[in-house]
Design a protein around this ligand. Sequence first.
Ligand SMILES: Nc1ncnc2c1ncn2[C@@H]1O[C@H](COP(=O)(O)OP(=O)(O)O)[C@@H](O)[C@H]1O
Ligand SMILES: Nc1ccn([C@@H]2O[C@H](COP(=O)(O)OP(=O)(O)O)[C@@H](O)[C@H]2O)c(=O)n1
Length: 232
Amino acid sequence: METAAPSAVIVAIDGPSGTGKSSTSKAVAAKLGLRYLDTGAQYRAITWWMITNGVDTEDPHAIAVAAGKPAIVSGTDPCAPTITVDGLDASGPIRTKEVTSKVSAVSAVPEVRTRITELQRTIAADADGGIVVEGRDIGTTVLPDADLKVFLTASAEARAARRSGELKGKEATDLAATKEALIKRDAADSGRKTSPLAKAGDAVEVDTTELTLDQVIECVVTLVEEKRAGRK
Ligand SMILES: Nc1ncnc2c1ncn2[C@@H]1O[C@H](COP(=O)(O)OP(=O)(O)O)[C@@H](O)[C@H]1O
Ligand SMILES: Nc1ccn([C@@H]2O[C@H](COP(=O)(O)OP(=O)(O)O)[C@@H](O)[C@H]2O)c(=O)n1
């Protein structure tokens, strides 16, 4: 793995669904002039490809065999992140309920993780000015030498309320069903064998339940600035 330029800062933001990883990471990256990578979008993209190509998402062997086939490309501008699969814009289709319900099974397959992890490390190494990478295993597995690791948490109630607010008007949803689906996905992501959702020992944990998004962004910006100041 190549190392980024000396002034570059690598920030890893992990945590369960609805804790504010994407919103926080995008805003922090935009404020500090860093690139941004949504690793969940990559796992969603490979899941979408499996579904559209008729791969049984309950068959880990079939998933493993197909894992190397789709070409997944992530654009890392925090103001306009993009994701394509085999040249097609996947940003809409990866957010459907079907993909959301199947992504944990696909992302648990070791061959999928190896492939996507390599992609993520290449993108981080190529980000000259630094990057904010968000996901589930960034601090523990993908970028264990990140300059700053943040682990976001929030109560299941707060996370479900945030998610169902987001889904309103798009796909029929209710709060209890959203909460149940979210807890199920957390359990699958935390319980898998290969690089599960986990807080790195050296990560700073931020409970966002009672914080506004702006407060979380401010908190992470301050943590990055402290790291940068400490390196001078
Ligand atoms: N601290 C917060 N307070 C209230 N709403 C928030 C907060 N953080 C994020 N949100 C909202 O919750 C939803 C989920 O946030 P998102 O950043 O997508 O979470 P994650 O990437 O962890 O799944 C978004 O609609 C976002 O605007
Ligand atoms: N680094 C990562 C990121 C996501 N994922 C998987 O991808 C799924 C979707 O991630 P996401 O970040 O888009 O999920 P949300 O929190 O945005 O709902 C997760 O539930 C995990 O199964 C992963 O395994 N490892």
